[in-house]
Design a protein around this ligand. Structure first.
Ligand code: GLN
Length: 552
């Protein structure tokens, strides 16, 4: 029988419920428990796949091809185990199931209502992963903030689950904010008291209060919070702001969160906690030996969350290379042939980001031409790889109007074209080529060297693809398809062997980088950037040296 921990949020959104859930899970995992985390989102979209990144940040894709909330990325990066479709549920999905059942006549003439039908469906999904036998503990993060109308059915379901189960089988952690009022020079507990009251009105008493705060809580405040929010003294957990999300598990450990949770769930805390690897990672992250500056060319750069997994992958890869990766976001719409040198000339590597639609596409192509011609390490992901193909077609193969049919359906050189299987599809939601597909690597490629294997599997999210009609021409001119899907020959990776590091991938490697397993392609790219730096310096030294000889 699995135990269930629920994470709710109060006072404001963006308190970091996802990071908290992942950190708690990490601690429990480090004590030997099998843990998974799931997220319930109260919006009506069936999944976030149809949401603009400006609305909801990156769409995270699981192995089984679910388009999910970006918090699932944190879960995987922290726990190093894959999530699945079952780990992310939205109100839209719940209603869709209930309405489909109603149409099938499954409710036998009954009036279908939020309670019990919607809550029953939420309950079924909340308990699902716990019934597989694969996990000892299931952590459920409930999106939104307590008090939101749309979150009500979820809180009601959690109340029912608590009521049905033994007291020690469930637990509620309520994440809240203790704001600091500058004028009064004081931390304030009132908003937290209100949010707990709100929860209690619906019949849910939190067991643990996790308090986000800029300043340490005093003993008196802890006492006051415990008393007024009706929790034990030891269950008021301070969550101070930290320099990196990867420090949160250790901060939570300092507050004895794991022990408090295990005690309440009547689980043994005898197993010593093993976080050695995590601590080493954090130490390296905080004490880099050098730095590299890498440009991230994309069109959603105003919003960090839009490229969340890419940013995190750079952190992992930086630690592997003992260096700080400074990611410089560059808006692709602002790059043109006149300013490209000024925008990219000082960088040691450029990553061209995934994306959809025409906006900013020419800037991406211009950036790629520049890095290709100047031997700057290049990494193209999904649309970034497609742009690299378009650039090569236009500027090396002389196909001046080469394009992707996504941007220009009437182009004569359709070097990137819609996949055959996609052409009949009308619906937008959940219909791309999604999830894990196999890929075989060419023996002498950079990719093969980095993966250390000829057979890999990576996650995808796209409709368009390299047009194999042009493959021979590309390869004859020097851009090689070094990664192919063994089942249908789709091109998954292109490289230019005459360039020091030019790798474009149709899939999304950023979705598989974790603290324990930094992604080899990111590690290799950062390494190439470090080496490029060294080469540059060497060149400069040689130049200085020869000047010195000339002057003497
Ligand atoms: N828009 C491109 C396609 O659908 C690339 C998608 C992406 O970058 N994720 O193929």
């Amino acid at each position: 029988m699995a135990k269930y921990i629920f994470v709710t949020g109060g006072v404001t959104s963006s308190l970091g419920k996802g990071i908290f859930a992942a950190s708690l899970a990490k601690l429990l995992q480090a004590r030997g428990y099998r843990v998974t985390i799931q997220k319930f989102d109260p919006y009506i979209n069936v999944d976030p796949g149809t949401l603009n990144p400006y609305e909801h940040g990156e769409c995270y894709v699981t192995e089984d091809g679910a388009e999910t909330d970006l918090d699932l990325g944190h879960y995987e990066r922290f726990l190093n185990i894959p999530t699945s479709q079952a780990n992310n549920v939205t109100t839209g999905r719940v209603y869709q199931t209930v309405i489909n059942k109603e149409r099938e006549g499954a409710y036998l003439g009954k009036t279908v209502q939020v309670i019990p039908h919607i809550t029953d469906e939420i309950k079924r999904r909340m308990l699902l992963l716990g019934k597989t036998g694969e996990f000892d503990i299931v952590i459920t993060e409930i999106g939104g903030t307590v008090g939101d109308i749309e979150a009500l059915p979820y809180i009601e379901t959690l109340r029912q689950i608590r009521w049905e189960k033994e007291e020690h089988d469930t637990l509620v952690c309520h994440l809240t904010l203790i704001p600091y009022l500058k004028a009064a020079k004081e931390l304030k507990t009132k908003p937290t008291q209100h949010s707990v009251k709100e929860l209690q009105t619906i019949g849910v008493r939190p067991d643990i209060l996790v308090c986000r705060t800029e300043l340490p809580l005093t003993d008196d405040m802890r006492k006051k919070l415990a008393l007024f929010c009706n929790v034990d003294r030891g269950s008021v957990i301070q969550a101070l702001d930290v320099d990196t999300i990867y420090a949160v598990p250790l901060e939570m450990q300092k507050e004895h969160l794991d022990i408090t949770v295990l005690k309440k769930l009547q689980l043994s805390a005898d197993n010593p906690i093993d976080l050695t690897k995590w601590q080493q990672f954090l130490k390296k992250l905080r004490h880099p030996k050098g730095e590299v500056r890498i440009g991230l060319v994309g069109k959603y750069i105003e919003l960090q969350d839009a490229y969340k997994s890419i940013h995190e992958s750079f952190i992992h890869a930086g630690v592997s290379n003992n260096c700080d990766v400074i990611v410089e976001p560059i808006h692709s719409e602002h790059i043109d042939e006149f300013n490209v040198e000024e925008k990219l000339g000082h960088l040691q590597g450029v990553l061209v980001a995934p994306g959809f639609g025409t906006r900013g596409i020419e800037g991406k192509i211009t950036a790629i031409k520049y890095v290709r011609e100047n031997n700057i390490p290049f990494f193209g992901i999904c649309l970034g790889m497609q742009c690299a193909v378009i650039e090569y077609a236009r500027n090396v193969l002389g196909m001046k109007d080469a394009h992707s049919t996504e941007m220009d359906p009437s182009t004569t050189h359709t070097v990137i074209d819609m996949m055959e299987a996609q052409k009949k599809i009308k619906n937008k939601g959940g219909t791309m080529r999604l999830g894990a597909y196999r890929c075989d690597l060419a023996p002498n490629s950079i990719s093969k060297k980095l993966y250390g294997s000829e057979h890999i599997s990576e996650r995808h999210r796209h409709r368009f693809e390299f047009n194999n009609k042009y493959l021979e021409q590309f390869e004859a001119a020097g851009m090689i398809a070094v990664g192919k899907n063994p089942d249908n020959n789709l091109v998954e990776i292109v490289e230019i062997p005459t360039h020091p590091h030019f790798v474009g991938v149709q899939f999304h490697p950023e979705l598989k980088s974790t603290v324990d397993n930094p992604h080899p392609l990111f590690v290799g790219f950062v390494k190439a950037a470090v080496n490029f730096n060294a080469d540059l310096k060497k060149k400069a030294e040689v130049k200085e040296g020869s000047q010195a000889t000339a002057n003497s």
